[in-house]
Design a protein around this ligand. Sequence first.
Ligand code: MRU
Length: 354
Amino acid sequence: MTPTAQATAGQIAAVRWDGEAPVIIDQRVLPAELLELRLDSSDKVVGAIRSLAVRGAPAIGITGGYGLIVGLEEADRGGLTLATLDAVTERIGHARPTATNLWGAVSRVRDAVASALAENRDWRAPALAAAQDIEREDREACASIGDHGRRLLAGRRRILTHCNTGRLATGGDGTALAVAYALHAAGDLDEVIATESRPLLQGGRLTAWELGRAGVPHRLIVDSAAGAAMASGLVEAVVVGCDRVAANGDTANKIGTYTLAVLARHHGVPFYVCGPLTTFDPHTARGSDIEIEERDPSEVRGFGGRDVAPASSNAWNPAFDVTPAELIEAFITDVGVLRPPYGPAIATALARPG
Ligand code: MRU
C-alpha cells in the first residue's frame, strides 16, 4: 500500500470513495503522520483491514462495502459469475471475524450485485448505491447515537471510554465518542478519560489525537489505572463501543472492555454500550458464540516494531473480549436506548420497519 496524499482537511473521514476506490486514513501511523491510502486492489483492501490501517466496526464495514466493488472490478473479465461474486465477498467479508458490520456491509453490496446479475443489468451502479447507502446510514446513525447518549447522560460530566470509537472508527462522529462530542457541544462535558487500549494503543494514539483535534478536554490513562480512576471518583459513566452484540445482549468489544464493566459494577458506575443496529447480530445467540479474533503475539511483546518483552516469551493476544449483558446498564443505539431484558429489547429494535 502506498500513501497517495496527505489529508489536511478539518473534518477527517476514516474512509471515502474517490470515484474508483476507497481511500482511508492510515491509522497505523497516527498520530505521527496523517496519510491517506488508496485501496485500489482487493489485496490492498484485505491488507488494510487486517493490519488495522482502517479499523473500528463501522469503518471496516464501509471499507468492505466499497472494497467489494474494487474486488469485483478486478474479477470481472468480460462477465461476472455468481461464483466469483461469492468468492470475492467471502474473502473481503471475512478479512476480520468479530465485527458484525464487515460481513453485514459486504453481503449487502453482494446482494445488490446478485440482483443485478439475475436481471442481466450492469452490477456497478447498484453496488455503488448500496455502498454509499451504508456510509450515509452510518453517518446518520452516529448522529442519532450522539443525541440519545447526550440526553441519557445529562449530568454525568466525566466519562471514561476505551479504544477508539470516533470519527476514525465510523462514517460519522462515532458511537461512544459521538456521545462525548454531543455532550461537549452542549457544554455538558468536563472531561473524557481515555484508556490507552494496549496492545495497539487505539486510545493513546487515536482517541487522544481525535479529541485533541476537536478541542474536547481529555486525559489519558494506562488501562490498569481504570480501577483507581473509578475509586477516586473521576468517572461518572463508562461509555464504550461494540463490535458484535449477540441476541441476548452479550457484547464483544476491544480487549479490556469486560474488565472495565466489572470495575464499573463494583464502583456503582453505570456502564453503557453504544452502537448502531448494524452491530447487533440476531443470528448469534450469546457471547460464547462470538468468534474472537486472535492477533499476532508479537503485538503484545512489543510496540512500533520494537520488542519490549523477550522474543522467546509466549503471549496471548485476543483483540476483543465479551462483556456479559448483565453488566450493561443500557445500549445507546441509533433507534434509542435499549434496557434489559435485552433479548426482547434487541429483537423489537431489529424488527422495526426500515
Ligand atoms: O481492533 P479495532 O481497533 O478495530 O477495535 C475497535 C473497537 O473495539 C471499537 O470499540 C468498536 O469497533 C466500536 S467502533 C465505533
